[in-house]
Design a protein around this ligand. Structure first.
Ligand code: PHE
Length: 328
């Protein structure tokens, strides 16, 4: 086939192509990688100089011509329907899915708000702690059997040989850190993440959240604690709540107690450990135990959320399933 013939049949086929697919077929046939015209252009190098000068420019012009024709024909297939031109401004937009607060974030915000309304301040502390703040300063020396109450993730020690580091097993170390740098009277809460080296089940996680409370001043007594805790729980769970205060033991409080609550006809649920700050803890922060008194408490945020939202399994908070999170 010479170039004239190719041109004729190509133009003919382009004109007859009745849809985009057929047109693409023509494109491939003449201009594709193994197309008729492509082959001619590719074989130019094998021709004599004379033939090359004769055919080369013509073939290139034809190539350009066919490309233009195919392009134009292609455009002619794009036809606008009425719908494309009419923009309905009353149509509802696509719903953009927005983020959602995790139930633990929600209850955290609520707890903070309640305590702020009772004139408490919110304080933050480190998740990696030293053995001193997590245990020793809280009247739990090395080898004290009470250390068994907190199964601990110890960190490979770096830094000075003497200090051992761990992931804090409770928020109580912040009692010490705060008292070291502040003078009473004050009242604070410390919300934060804590870690325990434990097997998980429906009520245990190796990672969960606590809220520590500490109020220190002159003549602070358990009566103050009782009032604050009852106010807090009534604000969080509603006024129809019953309380039970049971004696208990934590090395950093004396007396120590545990608080149970009961909602409606439900069963008694333990919500916090608490007590009057032990003299040894005041000694560690160089307060005079004869001049100041205080109470401390620690509660599990997860526990509060489980009670408030009736969540049966603590592991649901951490499995990342959005179908769970979106329910709150
Ligand atoms: N830190 C204790 C725990 O994690 C709770 C607690 C806090 C008890 C403050 C008494 C006073 O179990």
């Amino acid at each position: 086939m010479d170039l004239e013939q190719i041109k004729k049949s190509a133009i003919n086929e382009i004109n007859n192509a009745s849809d985009v697919k057929l047109l693409e077929g023509v494109n491939v046939k003449y201009l594709g990688r193994k197309g008729v015209l492509t082959n001619i252009l590719r074989s130019l190098k094998d021709l004599s100089m004379g033939d090359r000068r004769k055919i080369g420019p013509k073939a290139n012009i034809l190539k350009k011509e066919l490309e233009d024709l195919i392009g134009k024909k292609k455009n002619s297939f794009i036809n606008f329907s009425k719908d494309d031109l009419f923009f309905d401004v009353t149509k509802p937009g696509l719903k953009i899915s927005s983020g959602h607060l995790h139930p633990l974030s929600k209850i955290d915000a609520e707890v903070r708000k309640i305590f702020l309304s009772m004139n408490f301040s919110v304080v933050d502390g480190p998740e990696v702690e030293s053995e001193y703040y997590n245990f020793d300063a809280l009247n739990i020396p090395a080898n004290h059997p009470a250390r068994d109450m907190w199964d601990t993730f110890w960190l490979k020690s770096s830094g000075p040989a003497k200090s051992k580091f761990l992931l804090r097993t409770h928020t109580s170390p912040m009692q010490v850190r705060f008292m070291e740098t502040h003078n009473p009277p004050f009242q604070i809460i410390v919300p934060g993440r804590v870690f325990r080296y434990e097997a998980t089940d429906m009520s245990h996680e190796f990672n969960f959240y606590q809220i520590e409370g500490l109020m220190v001043g002159h003549d602070i007594s358990l009566a103050n604690f009782k009032f604050i805790v009852e106010e807090f729980c009534k604000k969080l769970f509603g006024p129809k709540i019953q309380f039970r205060f049971r004696p208990s033991y934590f090395p950093f409080v004396e007396p120590g107690l545990e608080v149970d609550i009961k909602l409606g006809s439900g069963s008694w649920l333990e919500v916090m450990g608490a007590g009057m700050v032990q003299r040894n803890v005041f000694d560690a922060v160089r307060y005079n135990p004869d001049e100041v008194q205080g109470f401390a408490f620690g509660m599990g945020l997860d526990r509060l959320a489980m009670i408030k939202y009736k969540i049966p399994d603590i592991r649901l908070f951490y499995n990342g399933d959005l179908r769970f999170v979106r329910q709150f």
